[in-house]
Design a protein around this ligand. Structure first.
Ligand code: AMP
Ligand code: ZN
Length: 477
C-alpha cells in the first residue's frame, strides 16, 4: 500500500493516514443543509473530500465514508414554511437536487448518507447521557444546553482562547437559535418548542422540541463509525464552533478521543471575495451550466488549487480548465486509438493498478497532502514526453491504464471526442450562422435577440459559450 500523508488541523502537522482498526479508513464529512441548491463553495469542500477518498482507495485502502444531510434546523424550517411545504417534502426536494449535482461532479456516493430527522432518538439518548454525567442542563423553556465549562478540552482544535470564546458567543447571543442559558458559550443540545417551529417538533424527556444542529453529527458518527474513528472533515468555517461542539459532546459521552485526524478545507472565493447574492457572484452548478460550462470543468478548477489555500474562482478559470482538459482528452483518445480501447476502464479497475508508470510521480503528489495542482502539473510533464504513435502496442496498453489510474484518483472525466472539436471544425454552417447572428446581437446589447438565438441553438443541440473576445460552440452531450 502506498503511504498517504495529510495535514491534521488538530495537531497542525503532517500525519500518515492509517486506519485505527488496521483495515478500513472510517471518516465523517459534515454534509449539506438542504434548504436550497448547494453553491460552488460547498462543492469545493465536497469535491476535495471525494478526491481524498479516491486517493486512499487508489492507494489500496478500504474506506467507509459517512456524510450527513442536515434536514432540520432554523433555515430548513423557515424556508419550508416560506415555500408552503412540509419540512420533509421540502428537504427531500433539495436533497435530491444535491445528489444530482454530486453525480454530475463525479462524486462517489458516500457509503452512508444519514439525515438528522431519522436519528432523533439517537440524539435524545446522547443528551440523556450528557445530562446524567453533569455536562448538560435543562432551562425553563424546555431546552437543554451543553455546559462548555465542564469540558476542559474545549477550544483545542480551533485554538480559540477564553476571551474569544466569550466574544464569539456574545456575537451569536441574539440569534433566533439561542435560548436561555447559564453561560454565553453554552450551546443548545435540545431546543424547546417555539410557535414559529410549526409542526416541526418531537417528544423528548424535556418536552416537545427539536435537536440542536451540532448534535446530529455526534449522534450519526457514533451510530455509523463508532465512538472513535479515523477522520472528521468539513470546510474551515466549521472548525469553530461546530467541530469544537461535536468534540465536546462526543468526548464527554464516550470518554474517548472522537476523531483521530481533522481535515479542513479552505474556502473558495469568487472574484477574490466572499460569494454573495447581492454582488451577483453567487454561483450554483446550474448557473455555470447555463453559461455553457460543464461540471467536469468545475471539478478541474477545484483540483487546480491546493485545499489548504483559498481558491479564487473566476469564469476565466473555467475557460482555462476547458483547454487543459481538452489537452488531456486528446492524449487519452490518441492512446485509445492506438490500443483500440472502446471505453475507459471502470473506477474500480483503474484504482487497482499497482503502479501508475509515467504518472506515478503525479499519483505520489496526491499521496502527499493531496497536492492536486502539483499532480496536474506532473501529468502534463509526463504527457509531453510520450509520443503515442511511437509506443509499442503492449506499452501503449499499459500507459493507457496507468493514465486512467491517475484520472480515477482525481475523479476527472474527460470530454468526449466531439467536444474537442470546439475550435469550429465540424460545426454545421447553419449553426455557425445562428451563432454569428447572436454574437452581433450581443455586441449591439440586444439581449432579447441574443437570448432568443441562444435558445434556438440549444434547441438544435448546441451550447454557446461567451468569452471576452468571442464565443465557442459545443454540441450538447
Ligand atoms: P452547509 O450546507 O452550509 O452546512 O455547508 C456544507 C459544507 O460546505 C461545509 O463543510 C462548509 O464548511 C462548506 N463551505 C461553505 N462555504 C464554503 C466555501 N466558500 N468554500 C468551501 N467550502 C465551503
Ligand atoms: Zn457536522
Amino acid at each position: 500500500m502506498a503511504t498517504v500523508t495529510l495535514f491534521d488541523s488538530m495537531t497542525r502537522e503532517m500525519r500518515e493516514v492509517t486506519p485505527l482498526d488496521g483495515q478500513c479508513y472510517r471518516f465523517y464529512c459534515c454534509g449539506p443543509t438542504v434548504y436550497g441548491p448547494a453553491h460552488i463553495g460547498n462543492f469545493r469542500t465536497f469535491v476535495v473530500q471525494d478526491t481524498f477518498r479516491r486517493v486512499l482507495e487508489c492507494a489500496g485502502l478500504a474506506t467507509k465514508h459517512v456524510r450527513n444531510v442536515t434536514d432540520v434546523d432554523d433555515k430548513t424550517i423557515r424556508e419550508s414554511q416560506a415555500a408552503g411545504q412540509s419540512l420533509k417534502a421540502f428537504t427531500e426536494h433539495w436533497k435530491n437536487k444535491f445528489s444530482e449535482d454530486c453525480g454530475e461532479l463525479n462524486l462517489l456516493e458516500p457509503h452512508v448518507e444519514p439525515g438528522a430527522v431519522d436519528h432523533i432518538d439517537h440524539q435524545i439518548r446522547m443528551i440523556e447521557s450528557l445530562v446524567e454525567k453533569g455536562h448538560a442542563y435543562q432551562t425553563d423553556d424546555g431546552s437543554v444546553y451543553f455546559r462548555v465549562g465542564s469540558f476542559p478540552g474545549y477550544g483545542r482544535l480551533s485554538r480559540v482562547a477564553d476571551r474569544e470564546l466569550r466574544l464569539g458567543a456574545a456575537q451569536t447571543a441574539n440569534d433566533s437559535d439561542e435560548y436561555e442559558k447559564d453561560a454565553l458559550a453554552d450551546f443548545a443540545l435540545w431546543k424547546g418548542r417555539k410557535p414559529e417551529d410549526g409542526d416541526n417538533y418531537w417528544p423528548s424527556p424535556w418536552g416537545e422540541g427539536r435537536p440542536g444542529w451540532h448534535l446530529e453529527c455526534s449522534a450519526m458518527s457514533l451510530e455509523y463509525l463508532g465512538e472513535s474513528f479515523d477522520m472528521h472533515s468539513g470546510g474551515v468555517d466549521l472548525m469553530f464552533p461546530h467541530h469544537e461542539n461535536e468534540i465536546a459532546q462526543s468526548e464527554c459521552c464516550s470518554g474517548k478521543t472522537f476523531a483521530n485526524h481533522w481535515f479542513h478545507i479552505t474556502h473558495l472565493l469568487v472574484d477574490r471575495g466572499k460569494m454573495s447574492k447581492s454582488l451577483g457572484n453567487f454561483y450554483t452548478l446550474a448557473d455555470l451550466k447555463e453559461k455553457g460550462y460543464t461540471a467536469a470543468e468545475l471539478r478541474y478548477v477545484y483540483l487546480s488549487g491546493h485545499y489548504r489555500h483559498p481558491l479564487n474562482f473566476t469564469l476565466d478559470s473555467l475557460q482555462a480548465s476547458r483547454q487543459a482538459m481538452n489537452r488531456l482528452a486528446k492524449f487519452a483518445h490518441a492512446l485509445a486509438d492506438r490500443v483500440e480501447a472502446e471505453a475507459p476502464p471502470s473506477y474500480e479497475s483503474a484504482c487497482r493498478m499497482k503502479d501508475a508508470g509515467p504518472f506515478q510521480p503525479a499519483f505520489e503528489s496526491l499521496c502527499k497532502d493531496l497536492n492536486t495542482p502539483e499532480a496536474l502539473g506532473k501529468i502534463f510533464t509526463a504527457i509531453k514526453e510520450i509520443e503515442v504513435s511511437a509506443l509499442d502496442e503492449e506499452v501503449a496498453r499499459q500507459v493507457y491504464r496507468q493514465f486512467h489510474k491517475v484520472l480515477a484518483a482525481l475523479g476527472l472525466n474527460l470530454p468526449p471526442r466531439e467536444e474537442e472539436a470546439a475550435d469550429g471544425a465540424g460545426i454545421p454552417a447553419e449553426i455557425q450562422a445562428l451563432a454569428e447572428e447572436r454574437w452581433t446581437a450581443r455586441q449591439n446589447k440586444d439581449w432579447a435577440a441574443s437570448d432568443g438565438l441562444r435558445d434556438q441553438l440549444a434547441d438544435a443541440g448546441w451550447l454557446v459559450r461567451d468569452g471576452k473576445e468571442g464565443y465557442t460552440l459545443t454540441p450538447k452531450s
